[in-house]
Design a binder for this molecule. Structure first.
Ligand code: PLP
Length: 715
């Protein structure tokens, strides 16, 4: 059903592998593959903003023909394709040698967001990057998984900030022809259209796929002619507003997603729900079993034993609760197929703490899964407390919500030049074995000056990127103060703090402005100045989030702070890459205990950018006294004030002095020591590899034991 063979008709046979490579995101975490596209045409690579599908559509036939005769290009092409073919072959990977036969029926993974690459804007924040990084790691480790999600034709939002600091959200339609996605066709070669079961009037989805190395991600799209407008809008963008539309979105994700898998003939043995949004998928598994003659209770137990659920946030708005009337409206015809009635169904979603509140997707997912986890040690303590009423016989500590701390996909987030530097000192095999902490002790062998110069190069690259964006913005809308605020005054020799994440209130982006005068002194110190780069989007419906953003933006254009604050518009995967490689220190000051994990600090640390953070989420596990700094947090009404004081104290007495204490060549050795500690302590542990191995060893292998040894049909 792959139709990329018809794409790019101008590519000569000799280099036709480029077609498959462009449509497999494998290229995105293999620098040698990115280099291959760049060799083909530097200009087209740049103009496409590093999107090979768009680039191959733009390149002329002559360019392809020249490349197909260029011995240097061909050598490189052959080497990349050999590596690609070998990585795609199913044999000898970690999962099949250590966990289970990889030919067993796959694990189905459902998530509302995937952050894979900036050309696929199907993410709002951390949840998306977690699932995107997870799929990449599953490919690397050979975990047999098939993923389901949405194609959001309008993506999330393109952020544009007005001169008075107000975020307007322009939607940016994704260009399906130029994205690395392929349409799924039926056996007659027509667009595959699947009807979501039990919904009247009917909702149809068309299906796309993204190849992520060995892993296939299917994406459903309701924005199609077969649907009436209300239904077309279901997958138009992330997290649509209004209870009813949100419920319909989750019905399509869970029930529609399961139907798509079954239409494609893809059976699965285990189901992994990433967050509560897709939890209705469980119902389809139960319905299937009830259809074979099991009672509801028997079917429920069987399904439960093979379902995994990961909860991602303690923030109440992150847990959908739907009014029972709405559930009744959409599920009345569904219940008979499960062999239960209305009350029994409602009970599945009751949170015992608030029994009348409605159908709680997290409570449902917890009840319907035998394996569940929070995403950091601290978050599991919080989640146990939140959900203890579901286990009335158990004490809080013994509530069975495990923790598997999030991690980031190292090949994706390590900067290629830093990767080369590590190759030199950690040996050529470090990347293949990067969750082995022993390898990382060799970081101490990197000469300080070399590590520092490498970092400085990335800082320059970041600042040049920001200036390019500013120039672009100037062309689009010449608003001088917006341009000045966007980073054109940045100085590469000044200590640079990075703060970039979703602008949602608990993340407290404006905390550092609590005492403006003290901050101004720190920023504008004549000998040891400091600058801060902010970026991030607020959810369009989050008024307080947009106000917080306005406050930060207005500070960035206020001369009071001496031009030492920048706000860079439109935070996305690409800007995140530049920031986590190029700033000097990564700041995070959420309101505890609301940051379940946080992952951007891991991305930074791994590249030698130390973390300056409140002890919450992963930092409660990650901080070891030497690898960054921990800001004290204080409870009570005065909490923000005291937290801000603690932040200023650390900046004034530790961060700034250490940074500016350099030798005669400008190398700050004490700072470099912190950088090295950050790399050593983060890279092996807070990696998607460690995380994925934990999911496989603790959950998948156990769940797989309770399914009979059904294997996939041989291909
Ligand atoms: C990693 C990442 C996030 C998540 O960062 P947190 O620290 O968990 O808030 C959000 N957005 C982008 C673009 C990212 O790369």
């Amino acid at each position: 059903m792959d139709n990329f063979n018809d794409a790019f008709p101008d590519i000569p046979q000799r280099i036709s592998g480029l077609k498959e490579l462009a449509y497999n995101l494998w290229w995105s975490w293999h620098p040698e593959a990115r280099m291959l596209f760049k060799m083909l045409s530097r200009a087209a690579w740049k103009l496409s903003v590093h999107n090979p599908v768009k680039m191959l559509n733009d390149v002329s036939r002559e360019t392809f023909e020249t490349a197909a005769k260029d011995p240097k290009f061909l050598r490189h092409y052959d080497a990349v394709m050999a590596r690609f073919r070998s990585d795609m072959s199913p044999s000898g990977d970690w999962f099949s040698s250590r966990i289970a036969d990889a030919r067993l029926l796959p694990i189905a993974y459902f998530s509302a967001e995937y952050g894979l690459h900036h050309s696929l804007p199907f993410y709002a924040g951390g949840l998306g990057f977690l699932s995107g990084d997870f799929l990449k790691e599953c490919s690397d480790l050979g975990v047999p998984i098939v993923a389901m999600g949405f194609m959001y034709p309008e993506g999330y939002l393109r952020q544009k900030i007005s001169p008075d600091g107000w975020q307007s959200a322009e939607s940016e339609r994704i260009d399906r022809e130029n994205a690395p996605i392929t349409r799924i066709l039926d056996s007659d070669g027509n667009r595959l259209t699947v009807k979501v079961p039990f919904i009247e009037p009917p909702i149809y989805v068309e299906v796309w796929k993204v190849q992520v190395g060995k892993v296939t991600l299917y994406l459903m799209d309701t924005d199609i002619d077969a649907n009436d407008p209300w239904n077309r809008n279901i997958t138009s963008h992330l997290y649509v507003g209004g209870y009813e539309q949100r419920l319909r979105q989750e019905i399509v994700l869970g029930i529609g997603g399961a139907e798509v898998l079954s239409t494609l003939g893809i059976k699965h043995s285990v189901l992994h729900l990433n967050e509560g949004h897709p939890a209705f998928a469980v119902l389809e598994r139960i319905r299937e079993k009830v259809g074979t003659g099991l009672s509801f209770e028997e079917a429920f137990e069987k399904v439960r034993a093979t379902t995994i659920f990961t909860t991602h946030t303690p923030v109440p708005a992150g847990h959908d609760v739907f009014p029972f009337e709405l559930i009744e409206k959409y599920f009345t015809s569904y219940w008979p197929s499960l062999g239960i009635c209305c009350d029994a169904f409602f009970n599945l979603g009751v949170d015992p703490k608030f029994p009348n509140a409605g159908f709680n997707m997290t409570a449902f997912a917890l009840k319907a899964s035998a394996y569940h986890n929070a995403v950091s040690k601290k978050h599991s303590e919080v989640a146990k407390k939140m959900w203890q009423p579901l286990w009335p016989d158990l004490s809080e500590e013994s509530v069975p919500i495990a923790h598997i701390t999030n991690g980031v996909h190292v090949p994706t987030w390590i900067e290629p030049r830093t990767e080369l530097l590590y190759n030199r000192y950690l040996g050529p095999y470090w990347l293949a074995d990067h969750d082995n902490p022993d390898i990382w002790n060799l970081v101490d062998d990197i000469p300080d000056r070399e590590l520092w110069n490498n970092h400085y190069w990335h800082k320059m690259k970041l600042i040049l990127q920001i200036m390019n964006r500013a120039r672009q913005r100037w062309l689009e809308a010449p608003e001088p103060r917006v341009i000045l605020a966007s980073g054109v005054l940045l100085d590469p020799n000044v200590l640079t703090i990075g703060f970039a994440r979703r602008f949602t209130t608990y993340k407290r982006a404006a905390l550092i402005f609590h005492d403006a005068e003290r901050l101004r002194k720190i920023l504008t110190n004549r000998w040891n100045p400091v600058q801060i780069i902010f970026a991030g989007k607020a959810h369009p419906a989050d008024e307080p989030g947009r106000q917080m953003l306005q406050k930060v933006f207005n500070a960035s254009k206020d001369p009071y702070f001496g031009g030492r604050i920048a706000f860079v518009e439109d935070y996305d995967e690409q800007l995140a890459q530049y920031l986590v490689h190029g700033v000097d220190v990564w700041l995070n000051n959420p309101l505890p205990p609301l940051e379940a994990c946080g992952t951007s600090g891991m991305k930074a640390s791994l590249n030698g950018v130390p973390h300056l953070s409140i002890l919450d989420g992963w930092w409660s596990e990650g901080f070891n006294g030497k690898n960054g700094w921990a800001v004290d947090s204080h409870e009570g009404d005065n909490g923000d004030f005291l937290d801000a004081q603690s932040l200023y104290d650390i900046l004034e007495t530790q961060v700034v002095p250490i940074y500016y204490r350099t030798d005669d060549y400008g190398v700050p050795h004490d700072w470099v020591r912190v950088m090295k500690e950050a790399i050593k302590s983060t890279a092996p542990v807070f990696s998607a590899r460690r995380m994925t191995k934990e999911y496989a060893a603790h959950f998948y292998s156990e769940a797989l034991k309770s399914v009979s040894g059904e294997t996939r049909p041989a291909i």
